[in-house]
Design a protein around this ligand. Structure first.
Ligand code: ADP
Ligand code: ZN
Length: 803
């Protein structure tokens, strides 16, 4: 008898355990397989997590697996099975929730596999000599047809592994169920940088090599033949002598210049070498790559990935948000072509299937993606990279509230692979671990382009107010803008609040206009239409002129947003071209990319917007960065507000002067003496860290503790409050006797009501998750059972620790 432990996809917490089923005689089941099983009166989908020969209680009669779902569902890979258990324990989620989070999308039964021959002799010359025979056979096979079914090729003696190697080399194209998994490629030719022409005996070849070398940029193979500049034979033999590169590139990218690895700076080289040493040793280690803005971290990633690929390993690269990092993704594509799969949550179902198919088929071995890409089904992981590790986007904001950094750490550990955390402003958690010796660090102190870091001026807005300057732009910032426009350069302006102004207040009764569903004020919008908008639930109301509470007519707006900034810039500089980037201008598909590429092309003089404009963009003509309200985020009730402010300011300042003239940054603030602003102005991470760390220690905040925040919500306030109090009592009982744990009483959450639901919270601070996790879990489960199904409970581990 064989039994299978199955995680069924039923979300109810009451049935959150694994169920044993009998494996019917003759059914071929492996760990990770998707199955259909009887469950109560229904049939449900589930996953086999383990197989075993005996069960604890064999007096029970077990039901049998109904069928195996092959074809429709890819199996869970072994390391992802292990990850489910980790997620359950760490984020208190159910098996079903963990499985659905980890699981790749349904890939329809792939149907027939076809191959097309896309390249001719040149790509063939890329092959090892041992493959020469197969190459000839391949050309023979395709002599009459351009498209052949896999079965036909297998009959001729090709193995699938061999065919896939041709696919990766860009010579064959794989088609699954009618759509291609690889993109069409074409061949490009370039001279090896210091190719020694003397070594070439034939005059014609030597001349051709000189011609290529003078061109510097790669040329299309097809053009070279067509224009009679070279023959296939010439290219083949120069290639064999190692004097030229021949590279396959996806067709849609071949308009771009192909990108060769840059020659590294000393600091970059040291970083690459230490990472490669870890890969050579197959050793897991977490390494912080701390590099100032513009230090060329991306180049370090690219060159280490190249080394991982040479070893036959795969690489996973996480970026904070795909839409804002298209420049980086494009660089990866220019380096690795169709070996790159891109994964993020905004892609269409079709596109997502395509990307997953290219991973499963082994065509893509570099995955670049946002948070959810951390679950990419890679089973030969050799390197994991998290770019801008300090970003909050790595945390999922729905259940299960996983932290992608923790998942990446888990996977890196189990794959014996290094985890590289890149940042100019590392999170305190990471730096603290570097200091305590748990992580290592590589520093990039210089900008790779040799440009200095920009010069920063702080403008004290209290003085501006005294001078009766009421607008958003100080005189200093206006002067700097004027100077930048006079030099035909570009400027970036940050105001981290969207809309026109943050709220409307009645000057007669003192009421402000609030959302009927949430406990927040409504934001005034002017563009595209005048309206009042809730930034939590998107509730929309007409912009009123009369106070709904008292009927008075003296409503006034307070606090400014990006729309008002845009208006003010245009009122001072009527002829400049302004691009605004915030949630409102980027709702459409591809809108982010459009704005960023328009700005990069010089189609605007100013890019203004919320924190979106601060991300890793590399604009060459930006010499001025202005921060309109640097202290805006300092007053948010969150222990990380200083850290977030510092990080945002350093990030945005780093956009200035990356290539051309020296950069200049103007920071406007009402708190010029605040340490976060001072440290950001000095672009001095160390200074910030040394000030912030003792504050955290004194208040017992991360990185010294971890915080678990439990949220209880219900549409009726008293039920939410009661639920939270009950949870508190259960936690108190369960944690009784635990040392160095503090349990804070049930209180309303920072925003009491969102979308009509009241929220109460209970917070627990502790020093070791391991020491308290089962106790927390017990109380949580008891509270879920006690509260009834209409009250919802969430847990949010508001920090992260390593395992
Ligand atoms: P970071 O992510 O560290 O802010 P980037 O990776 O965006 O920096 O690099 C900044 C700029 O420096 C880019 O334009 C990049 O092309 C350039 N760069 C990186 N490495 C080198 C190098 N070794 N030589 C010349 N330029 C480089
Ligand atoms: Zn609302």
């Amino acid at each position: 008898m064989r039994y299978a432990e199955v995680a069924v996809l039923v979300r109810a917490r009451a049935v959150d355990r694994l169920f044993d089923y009998l494996v019917p005689e003759g059914m071929d089941i492996s760990e990770g397989d998707a199955v259909e099983v009887p469950f109560g009166a229904q049939r449900v989908e589930g996953y086999v997590l383990a197989l075993k020969d005996r069960v604890a209680d064999d007096s029970v009669s077990y039901r049998s697996i109904a069928k195996k779902l092959s074809g429709e569902r890819p199996p869970l890979t072994r390391d992802l099975i292990g990850l489910l258990d980790f997620m359950r324990k760490r984020y208190f989620c159910t098996w079903a929730a963990a499985v659905s989070t980890v699981l790749p999308p349904v890939i329809r039964s792939p149907g027939k596999r076809y191959y097309q021959l896309v390249c001719d002799a040149v790509s063939v010359s890329e092959m090892d000599a041992a493959d020469a025979l197969w190459v000839r056979k391949l050309k023979d096979a395709f002599s009459k047809k351009t498209r052949l079914a896999e079965a036909t090729l297998l009959e001729k003696g090709f193995s699938r592994a061999l065919l896939m190697r041709f696919v990766r080399q860009g010579c064959l194209m794989l088609e699954l169920g009618g759509s291609s998994v690889t993109r069409r490629t074409e061949m490009w030719v370039s001279a090896v940088p210091d190719a020694r022409t003397e070594r070439v005996r034939s005059d014609r070849k030597r001349e051709f090599l000189r011609f290529l070398r003078d061109r510097r940029a790669p040329l299309r193979y097809a053009d070279l033949l067509e224009q009679g500049l070279a023959t296939a034979e010439m290219i083949r033999s120069l290639k064999a002598q190692g004097l030229i590169h021949v590279t396959a590139k996806p067709l849609e990218e071949s308009g771009h210049d192909m990108e060769e690895p840059l020659s590294l700076t000393e600091e970059q080289r040291a970083a690459v070498e230490s990472i490669v040493a870890l890969m050579d040793a197959r050793k897991h280690e977490t390494m912080l790559l701390q590099g100032v803005t513009g230090s060329g971290k991306t180049e370090v990633y690219l060159q280490t990935i190249e080394r991982a690929l040479q070893k036959g390993l795969q690489a996973l690269v996480m970026v904070p948000e795909i839409a804002l990092t298209t420049q980086i993704v494009a660089r990866f594509r220019r380096r690795f072509g169709s070996r790159v799969a891109v994964l993020h949550s905004r892609m269409t179902e079709r596109e997502r299937r395509h990307q997953f198919a290219s991973i499963y088929e082994g065509v893509a071995d570099v995955v670049v993606g946002a948070r959810s890409a951390v679950f990419a089904p890679l089973d030969r992981l050799g390197l994991l990279i998290i770019d801008e590790e300090h970003e909050s986007t790595y945390k999922q904001d729905r259940d299960p509230r996983y932290v992608a950094r923790e998942i990446a750490a888990w996977r890196a550990q189990h794959a014996n692979a290094p985890l590289i955390l890149g940042s100019a402003t590392p999170s305190l958690e990471v730096m603290y671990r570097v200091e305590s010796g748990r992580y290592t660090k590589q520093l990039l102190k210089q900008r790779a382009t040799g440009r200095p870091l920009p010069e920063v001026h702080i403008v004290d807005m209290r003085q501006e107010m005294k001078m009766n300057q009421q607008g958003l732009l100080s005189r200093a910032l206006r002067d700097a803008l004027k100077d930048s426009f006079n030099h035909q350069e570009q400027a970036v302006l940050l105001l981290n609040r969207r809309g026109f102004s943050s709220f409307l207040l009645c000057r007669e009764c003192g009421e402000s206009l609030t959302c009927p569903h949430c406990d927040v004020t409504l934001t005034v919008h002017r563009d595209p239409d005048p309206a009042l908008l809730c930034h939590f639930c998107n509730y929309r109301a007409p912009l009123v002129a009369v106070c709904p509470a008292c009927g008075g007519g003296r409503l006034r707006t307070f606090g400014a947003g990006t729309q008002r900034l845009e208006q003010e810039v245009l009122s001072f500089f009527p002829n400049v071209r302004v691009l605004r980037m915030d949630v409102d201008t980027t709702a459409g598909v591809g809108a982010h990319e459009q704005i960023l590429s328009d700005f990069a092309k010089g189609e605007a003089d100013v890019l203004l917007g919320t924190q979106m404009i601060a991300k890793g963009h590399d604009f060459s003509r930006v010499s001025l960065v202005g921060v309109v309200a640097a202290d805006a985020a300092l007053h948010v009730p969150d222990f990380r507000s200083a850290e977030r402010t510092f990080q945002l300011l350093v990030q945005v300042a780093g956009r200035a002067g990356r290539h051309g003239r020296e950069g200049r940054v103007v920071i406007q603030t009402f708190a010029p003496d605040h340490y976060a602003i001072q440290a950001a102005a000095a672009q001095d991470y160390e200074q910030f860290y040394r000030t912030e760390l003792p504050l955290r220690r004194r208040l017992d905040y991360p990185p010294f503790t971890e915080i678990a925040q439990f949220i209880v919500t219900h549409e009726e306030e008293h039920k939410a409050r009661e639920g939270a109090r009950q949870l508190y009592r259960l936690l108190e009982a369960s944690l009784n006797g635990c040392e160095r744990v503090s349990l804070l009483p049930a209180v309303p959450a920072v925003v009491l009501r969102i979308r009509g639901a009241y929220r109460y919270q209970v917070v627990v601070k502790y020093h070791s998750f391991r020491a308290v996790s089962t106790k927390l879990r017990k109380a949580f489960d008891q509270a879920v059972a006690a509260c009834g199904s209409d009250v919802s409970l969430h847990v949010d581990i508001n920090s992260w620790m390593t395992l």
